[in-house]
Design a protein around this ligand. Structure first.
Ligand SMILES: [Zn+2]
Length: 283
């Protein structure tokens, strides 16, 4: 089981669980209200989080969805509280509400390209045989940004989009210098080839780097990143984007220049990111 973490009296999180693609869930605790970040990928996931939170006498009042993907919204009904979503997330949830999730329906959607095997497999693993999913309508809708005053602590929610999902929001907590990035820095997986694009990555990183943060939460990273870890991850993304553009998607030229820039051999993670940019360049 993932180990529940208390970072301060105002910040709690449950780390992700890779096997069934559970993302990070978090709570921002104010004097008046507590904000929950994301609903989890099942009732069980939401329940586990709520129980761990309750052990610290913390209870959520309102929830923000970082984006519409199944693993962030399937626990919404179990969370049982008002939720905030941007209009694009809302539209996508309206589509999800119409789907059934049994093997046949999943297979059909994978075949027609609406669903991807990666998610279909994780859905089966997480939910087992009981795949009755009801996702309530989000309660509060916004388009660009929204600020919450939870009492002594504030949350700045901004719709940034990006390659992973056009509806991606980030949540910034200035008093804790904490930035929740959801999945926005991950690749576009709902495509023939998983990919990143130069334009989206540049725009996202410029925006993200305008927030002053000391801790960065990426929803499927095993642990939050320090300022230094984030800056080296951002540097890897930015360098891959720039070199892919400069060398017109030529793998060998990209890797050899990057390796000499970094003064080290490239590893598997580096190569995966470069591959996503090359896929994006040629798509
Ligand atoms: Zn996602």
């Amino acid at each position: 089981m993932q180990k529940f973490e208390k970072l301060s009296d105002r910040l709690f999180y449950l780390p992700p669980y890779q096997k069934t693609d559970r993302p990070i869930l978090a709570a921002v605790v104010g004097e008046k209200q507590t904000l929950i970040i994301d609903a989890g990928n099942s009732s069980d996931h939401a329940k586990l989080f709520n129980e761990q939170l309750a052990a610290h006498q913390v209870y959520g009042d309102i929830l923000i969805l970082t984006h519409w993907h199944w693993d962030h919204v399937f626990g919404l009904s179990e969370m049982n509280m008002p939720s905030i979503a941007n209009s694009l997330t809302y539209d996508n949830i309206k589509k999800l509400q119409k789907y059934s999730w049994d093997d046949g329906a999943l297979e059909q959607r994978v075949e027609s390209g609406i669903e991807i095997p990666f998610c279909a497999d994780a859905i089966k693993l997480e939910l087992g045989k009981n795949r009755e999913i009801s996702i309530p309508d989000p309660t509060i809708l916004f388009d660009h940004q929204l600020k919450l005053n939870l009492g002594g602590i504030t949350c700045h929610i901004e719709h940034l989009g990006g390659d992973h999902s056009p509806d991606s929001n980030i949540v910034y907590i200035p008093e804790e210098k904490a930035l929740f990035l959801g999945d926005c820095l991950y690749s576009n997986m709902y495509a023939e080839k998983w990919h990143y694009t130069y334009e989206q990555m540049n725009r996202l990183l410029n925006k993200i780097e305008s927030f002053e943060a000391n801790i960065y939460f990426l929803s499927h990273h095993p642990a939050p990143l320090t300022k230094q870890q984030f800056s080296s991850f951002a540097n890897l993304l930015r360098t891959s984007a720039e070199l892919t553009k400069k060398h017109q998607g030529e793998l060998n030229a990209i890797t050899s220049e990057m390796s000499s820039q970094f003064g080290r051999e490239l590893n598997e993670d580096d190569l995966e990111i470069i591959t996503y940019f090359i896929n994006g360049f040629f798509q």
